[in-house]
Design a protein around this ligand. Structure first.
Ligand code: 5AD
Ligand code: SF4
Length: 455
């Protein structure tokens, strides 16, 4: 019977995986499946995996252990379960997963999601284990079903006023630490018309904020309506024109591709939010060179000056790796210095993790784990001071907040400021999905508290 079969999707990793999981879920919904948050009631279990750091892949195998138990229990009740591993671990280690985990029926890479539903059905009907990790010629985005009129209730997903939209995928930059060029393939930009149409479908289902996604989103160069390549700034303007859409964001950017028109958009495009995630990875020129980052510390500093000149209140965010092979204590101190000088509202910092197949994994001078942990603790201490300082700077101000979900306390709702901080306020559920001015009364380490003022 249509509508009674259930699909469970679990997502690890970045926002692009969240977007992909949404598309995967919707493609099964188009065959009559209903999303569920309970894997034990699902005919189809999909694990969308991430390969960026070591722990991520370990999590996949422990999760698969759980599914083996569920599959066995369901089999005892005469119920069929098909387990799929999708995402970047699937792409990188497809054969290994098949060998190590007999519970898995299908392994499918991120470029084949337009075939995922069909492959699941084939695995079911033919009782065969299948692997699809090719990089196909056809455009998966063209072939995937249209966005459904309602957001699928994905496990853990509550921000339905806000949606992700992948505009660019893959990367040709080949930073020496990174698996992305191998798991997501070469850089590809979706055409503008396709993206504006999808953005419209999202707005039609009540989305007020869209975050444009790409591993290298500011390298976007998709075909515009005039047949010529358009920059990210032009795409942002085209999407910002949609009535009913209030906010546009984009992530993740590379310093090399931070073009003048994109910087100018932060001055000129009122719907573009004052937030920029711009990873610098390391504060020493020698390490940046070894990482193949293609920019110097000084170039990064000058770029930040230009961005702040365009939009003085912009909230800056970054990614930093500590303990890249050969990084000395003095070079790490340069990372701290750069953080101190710039001042970030938000940051993500990681211990370097050797990824199979990447050039940096072959460097002999790997940093001991304890040393990496010490550096990370020092850095995170500094970063959390900066986040608190940024948050405290908001106290007393009235800030527009897009409310997205109920809070943990009764009578509270939670939304996001333009600077992406979670903001809690007393409010009613019917205020969700709308923007209200909020007077900020308190700042915590990771969120703000305030009072809704009449709009
Ligand atoms: N080890 C540690 N951190 C990494 N990142 C990417 N690859 C690695 C790695 N091998 C971090 C980078 C990147 C973020 C998404 O993850 O900081 O910007
Ligand atoms: Fe993880 Fe990168 Fe794949 Fe995203 S693209 S899931 S961060 S490996």
């Amino acid at each position: 019977m249509p509508g009674t079969k259930k699909v469970f999707v679990k997502t690890f990793g970045c926002q692009m995986n969240v977007y992909d999981s949404e598309r995967i879920t919707e493609s099964l919904m188009s065959y009559g499946y209903t999303p569920t948050e309970q894997p034990d009631e699902a005919e189809v279990i999909i694990l969308n995996t991430c390969h960026i750091r070591e722990k991520a892949a370990e999590k996949v195998y422990s999760e698969l252990g759980r599914y083996r138990q569920i599959k066995d229990e369901r089999r005892d009740q005469g119920l069929l379960t098909t387990v799929t591993v999708a995402g970047c671990v699937a792409q990188a280690e497809g054969a290994e997963i098949m060998a190590r985990s007999p519970v898995v029926d299908l392994v499918i890479g991120p470029q084949s999601y337009h075939r995922l539903a069909e492959m699941v059905f084939r695995a079911q009907s033919e009782s065969r284990r299948l692997v699809d990790t090719n990089f196909p010629e056809v455009d998966k985005f063209q072939t995937l079903p249209k966005r459904s009129p309602e957001a699928p209730p994905l496990p853990g997903q509550i921000r339905s006023a806000s949606a992700f939209l992948t505009v660019q995928e893959g990367c040709d930059k080949f930073c020496t630490f990174c698996v992305v060029p191998y798991t997501r393939g070469m850089e590809y930009s979706r055409p503008v018309d396709q993206l504006v149409a999808e953005a419209q479908e999202l707005v039609d289902r009540g989305v007020r904020e869209i975050t444009l996604l790409g591993q290298n989103v500011n390298a976007y160069h998709g075909e515009g309506s005039d047949g010529k390549p358009w920059s990210l700034a032009r795409l942002i303007d085209a999407i910002a024109e949609l009535p009913g859409l209030d906010r546009v964001r984009y992530t993740t950017s590379h310093p090399k591709d931070m073009s003048d028109d994109l910087i100018a958009a932060h001055r000129n495009q009122p719907k573009l939010m004052p937030y920029l995630h711009l990873p610098f990875q390391a504060g020493s020129d020698r390490i940046l060179g070894a990482m193949n980052r293609k920019h110097t510390v000084d170039e990064y500093r000058r770029l930040i000056d230009k961005i702040r000149a365009a939009r003085s209140d912009i909230a800056l965010s970054t990614d930093i790796i500590v303990g890249f092979p050969g990084e000395t204590a003095a070079e790490f101190a340069e990372t701290l210095k750069l953080v101190e000088d710039i001042g970030f509202a938000q940051a993500f910092s990681f211990k370097y993790s050797a990824r199979p197949g990447t050039p940096a994994a072959k460097i002999v001078d790997q940093i001991p784990e304890e040393e990496k942990a010490q550096r990370l603790a020092l850095l995170q201490n500094l970063l959390s001071t900066q986040t608190s300082r940024f948050n405290e700077g908001c106290v007393g101000r009235v800030i527009p907040v897009l409310f997205e979900r109920p809070g943990r306390n009764d009578g509270q709702i939670v939304g996001r400021s333009p600077y992406l901080q979670p903001v809690h306020a007393s409010g009613m559920l019917d205020q969700l999905g709308q923007i209200f001015p909020v007077e900020i009364s308190h700042a915590g380490p990771n969120s703000l508290l305030g009072v809704i003022r009449a709009a």
